[in-house]
Design a protein around this ligand. Sequence first.
Ligand code: NAI
Length: 319
Amino acid sequence: NQVDMRFDGQTVVVTGAGGGLGKAYATFFGSRGANVVVNDLGGSFKGEGKSSKAADVVVDEIKAAGGKAVANYDSVENGEAIIDTAIKAFGRIDVLINNAGILRDISFKNMKDEDWDLIMKVHVRGAYKCARAAWPHFRKQKYGRVINTASAAGLFGSFGQCNYSAAKLAQVGFTETLAKEGLKYNILCNVIAPIAASRMTQTVMPPDVLENLKPDWVVPLVAVLVHPSNTKETGSIFEVGGGHIAKLRWERAKGALLRADESLTPGAILTKWDGVIDFSQPSYPTGPANFMELLEEAQKLPANPPGEKTDFKGKVVLI
Ligand code: NAI
C-alpha cells in the first residue's frame, strides 16, 4: 500500500542542476512526475567559462528515464530568463531550488574585490533574482515552495572562505524574511546547509568519506520540504548530509538587565557579564527580544553599581 511522494503536474526549477546536488534534485523530481527546469551555466567551480553541456546531459538523462525536463543555460543572475523558461515550457512554476554556487577560496588577507563580488553575485544576487522572478507566480497561484542553500561555512565560519561564508549566511536571513512575507500566500521557504560529495568538496575531503556523502542523501529532505504535504515547516534551517538531518535554531542566553542611564558603563556591564553569556537556561527566540517591555523593567532598577575589575597586580582597571 505504499505510495511514492510525487510531484505530478508541478514544475520544479533547479539552479546549478548540471552536477552535484543540483543534478541529484533534478533527476529525483524528474522521476517523481515533475516538469523540471535544469538550469546550469556550465562553468568551472570557480565561476569561469560556460557551456550548455552540463544542463543538456541532465535533461537527456531525465528524458531517457521517461521524465519531463528542459534546459536553461543562463547565469542565476539572470533569474527572469530562468523562470521564463519554466513558464514557456510548462506554463507554471511551483518549486524553486536555489542551488547554483561557486567558490573563490582565499585568505581574508589576500581577498580581492573580484573574489568577494563574484561570490556575492552568484550566491546572493542569484538567489534573489530567481526568487524575485518566481514570486509573482507563487503569489498569484497561492502556492510556492523555495529552498535556498546555505552552508556550514556560513553558519560557523570557515578558514579561507569569508566571501562564501558571508554569502551563505545571507541565505538564512533571506529565507527567514521570504518565509514571513510568503506565509499568507502559501509560499513556504526553507534553507539547508548540505554536505555532499561534489566537485566542490572533492579536493577538501578524503575519498572514503566522500563515498558516504552522496548528494542523493540530501534530496529526500528537500523533497519533504517542497512537497504540498508540507504545510507548516517554513523559515527553518536544516543541516543535512550523509544520513544526518537536523534543524538548527537561534539560542538566547539568560542575559542581563541594566538600568539605561549614565550608570550603564562598560564596568557596569562587566559586573553582569556572567548573565550576558549564561546559556544554562536558554530561550529559543523566533524574533527579537521585547525591547519595550525590557526597557520598562530596566527603568525600575536602581542605578547600576559601578563595575570594578582587577588586573593580575590587584589594580582596578575598569569602571
Ligand atoms: P557543484 O559545483 O557540483 O554544483 C554547482 C552547480 O552550479 C554547477 O553545476 C555549476 O555549473 C552551477 N553554477 C555555478 N554558477 C552558476 C551560475 N552563475 N548560474 C547557474 N549555474 C551556476 O557543487 P555542489 O556541491 O553540488 O553545490 C551545490 C550548492 O550547495 C552550492 O550552492 C554550494 O555552495 C552548496 N553547498 C555544498 C556543499 C557540499 O558539501 N557539496 C556544502 C555546503 C554548501
